[in-house]
Write a protein that binds this ligand. Structure first.
Ligand SMILES: [Fe+2]
Length: 300
């Protein structure tokens, strides 16, 4: 396995490693350490399908299932992140599966609408686009972004929570059909602290918010919340916090949802095909903030 850093701050590229094969104990430990330290891994030249992607993903934890039953994928644990159907048909831009792809162009972290949001996402490029037409996946480092915040913003954000609501994706993308009662009941709105504290990183702080589930910030009026949210989006989009992944076919990328936000750079959905499959590792712990019990106990 050959590992090379992608930027000074985060990300590595891995070559000469086959993710479809059973992984040895030492190799798995090295990968776990690498994702913890560098937050993003691109495995080059992989050959995977839904089954082998699921097997690889399970090395890092339990597979998370998609909230909407059988709408965008064949297997509930492998999401089609794609404007191409399972049968290879280029979908209409108004198709709900494509509308969900458009929503991915807003900065977010996967499954933040869960009380226990996912830890890792693992995305395999089956049909990719040349960067000049869009379709790259961009990442922003929330540890770095928090460290560089002006002091007054750190103080302002410290006690705040954002609302994350799967159903509110409908507010942002009115073309999507209503969720069923069962789907809604499975994913009631949650809030997470905007300043996230990481006990597994020596209680370091990062930012934690999204643009694709809701724009509401608890404790603020809707207007104030939107204004602060817009400031955050502009702030974390600065190139000094970001890495842009320019896809090549058969890249498999893996990232840590706890410390990175990501988005897809929009492309012409009617003109170009982009097909990816994703395995997602379930979260096991809630998002902790500066006022969570575990964090306060550590401070005392
Ligand atoms: Fe995503």
């Amino acid at each position: 396995m050959d590992i090379k850093n992608l930027t000074d701050d985060f990300g590595v590229e891995v070559r000469n490693f086959d993710c479809s094969k059973k992984i040895g104990y030492d190799e798995l430990n090295l990968l776990k350490k690498t994702i913890q330290d560098r937050h993003f891994i691109c495995f080059k030249n992989q050959k995977l399908d839904g089954d082998t992607l699921a097997t690889f993903t399970k090395n890092f934890g339990k597979l998370e299932a998609y909230p909407e039953k059988d709408k965008t994928k064949g297997k509930i644990e492998i999401f089609n992140v794609s404007n191409v159907s399972e049968d290879g048909e280029h979908l209409d831009p108004d198709d709900q599966r494509v509308i969900l792809q458009k929503n991915n162009s807003r900065w977010h972290t996967d499954s933040s609408y869960r009380y226990l949001p996912s830890v890792f996402s693992i995305l395999y490029g089956q049909e990719t686009l040349p960067p000049e037409v869009g379709g790259q996946t961009q990442f922003s480092n929330m540890l770095l972004a928090y460290d560089h915040l002006p002091e007054d913003k750190k103080i302002l954000l410290e006690p705040l929570h954002q609302v994350h609501s799967y159903n509110d994706i409908r507010r942002l993308e009115p073309g999507l059909p209503e969720l069923t009662y069962e789907e809604k009941s499975n994913f009631p709105p949650v809030t997470h602290p905007i300043v996230r504290v990481h006990p597994d990183r020596n209680f370091r702080k990062s930012l934690y918010f999204t643009s694709n589930t809701s724009l509401e910030i608890g404790g603020m009026s809707l207007e104030q919340g939107k204004e602060l949210h817009k400031w955050l989006v502009d702030y974390i989009g600065q190139p000094k916090f970001c890495y842009t992944h320019k896809w090549q076919k058969n890249d498999l990328i893996m990232w840590d949802n706890r410390v990175l936000l990501h988005r897809v750079i929009p492309y012409d959905y009617a003109k170009y095909r982009r097909a990816m499959i994703r395995g997602t590792v379930e979260g096991e712990v809630p998002v902790l903030g500066p006022f969570s019990n575990e964090v306060r106990l550590n401070n005392n």
